[in-house]
Design a protein around this ligand. Structure first.
Ligand SMILES: [Zn+2]
Length: 135
């Protein structure tokens, strides 16, 4: 039941960036990923190649999109992120700190732990940003 896929923080950020952009009419390109993540183009290329190799990212005509597996992982990360920041703000952390710190944990924490925190919190509908936790 433990998490099989492991990510680095940069891979997580890249996945989230592309996932957040999915509803836009303009798919992200490598240059934009590099800019938005604050890394150099060759570093972004390596990052993208790793995510393609892991089966999470599709790269067609220079445009980047999540694969169906990538979409699943993205959804898991976002749900974990929202559960963790809800837990933190309820424990007295500021929303800003909770959100920032949650980015270090949301891609590492396993689903069972997220579920038990979620249940412990009384199955909240939304995160402190007001976004739905169960998408
Ligand atoms: Zn957040």
């Amino acid at each position: 039941m433990s998490k099989i896929l492991t990510f680095t923080r940069k891979e997580r950020d890249c996945l989230v960036l592309i996932g957040e952009n999915a509803s836009s009419d303009f798919p992200l390109r490598l240059v934009e990923v590099a800019n938005r993540l604050g890394i150099k183009a060759p570093t972004a290329l390596n990052l993208v190649k790793r995510l393609v190799m892991k089966g999470l990212l599709l790269r067609e005509h220079g445009m980047l999109a999540l694969s169906s597996k990538g979409k699943e992982e993205y959804a898991k990360i976002i749900e974990s992120h929202r559960v963790i920041e809800t837990m933190m703000t309820r424990s007295g952390a500021s929303l800003e700190d909770a959100c920032r710190l949650s980015c270090y944990l949301d891609f590492i924490i396993d689903e069972n732990t997220v579920d038990s925190i979620f249940n412990q919190l009384g199955k909240p509908e939304s995160c402190p940003h007001g976004k739905k936790i169960k998408v």
